[in-house]
Ligand binder design. Structure first.
Ligand SMILES: [Zn+2]
Length: 211
């Protein structure tokens, strides 16, 4: 048995019902809970590998024991996700993504509360319900995220330009604000905006061309 497997066995067997590997692994699955240490300071509780940024929680379905482990071990031992599907690098990346988005939204909620900002709170409510933001609300959100240095990706905040009033708002927006918003726009929206910018000099014509 390699040292690696020895370490894994020493950590997982006392917390499992089965007394041998690989049977013990069949009792465990990924819960979906992620911890971000923001630096590479975490250690895998299974193989004891150091230098991890993220911990994924795994739990034993027979006794409820938990371990905080690295992604490599989950993939190496083919632990399933909570819904029974096999964990893949993609599914673990999605868990990290969901965790980061949630942390960003929580921080933004705290800002809205601290600043008593009805606009920001309203934007958050809109985003919760619709999963996207109008151009004006998206600008407010991205501006506050930047201002407070809250970790985010602009692409998390999809902008809707479905209504003509929303397109009007975007086309009439100050250029520096559009630049803040730009990474959140889809490539189609960027293209439509650019087309307007290049070909038209007046808002009415632009609105007519963007229908
Ligand atoms: Zn590990």
């Amino acid at each position: 048995m390699s040292r690696y497997i020895e370490r894994v066995a020493a950590n997982i067997l006392p917390l499992s019902e089965a007394k041998t590997l690989p049977a013990a692994f069949r009792e465990w699955h990924v819960t979906g809970h992620v911890s971000d240490y923001e630096d590479t300071t975490a250690t895998c509780e299974l193989c004891e590998q150091e230098g991890l940024r993220y911990h994924f929680r795994i739990t034993n379905k027979l006794n409820g024991n938990v371990l905080e482990v690295g992604s490599s071990c989950i993939l190496q031992f083919e632990l399933p996700m909570a819904d029974g599907t096999a964990a893949t690098k993609g599914s673990l990346d999605r868990l990290i993504q969901r965790y980061r988005t949630q942390r960003c939204l929580n921080a933004l909620r705290a800002v809205a509360q601290a600043e008593r900002s009805d606009i920001l709170a309203g934007a958050m409510d809109y985003f919760d319900t619709h999963g996207c933001l109008s151009p004006k609300l998206a600008w407010v959100v991205l501006w506050r995220l930047r201002h407070h240095g809250i970790e985010h990706e602009p692409q998390w905040f999809k902008v809707t330009t479905r209504k003509s009033s929303q397109r009007r708002d975007l086309l009439a927006m100050r250029t520096d604000r559009v630049l803040t918003l730009w990474p959140a726009l889809s490539s189609a929206q960027q293209q439509q905006y650019s087309t307007w910018w290049v070909r038209h000099l007046s808002l009415p014509k632009a609105l007519a061309s963007w229908s």
